[in-house]
Design a protein around this ligand. Sequence first.
Ligand SMILES: [Zn+2]
Length: 63
Amino acid sequence: MEYQNLSYASGLRKFKERPVHVTCPRCSQIADQKAGKMRKDLSLECPYCGLDFLPSECRCIGG
Ligand SMILES: [Zn+2]
């Protein structure tokens, strides 16, 4: 529910500590990832299928 306010919350300073919902490009499962990793474009690991991917490769962030 709180993620509906993400666009407005993105200006907040604590944003990097918050989990972000990312849709896996392979299995389409949604997992929480660390916003700090996303901002640095570090690789993320899908907990469902184990795929490593970069935030910049995924267009389904924030869903
Ligand atoms: Zn996956």
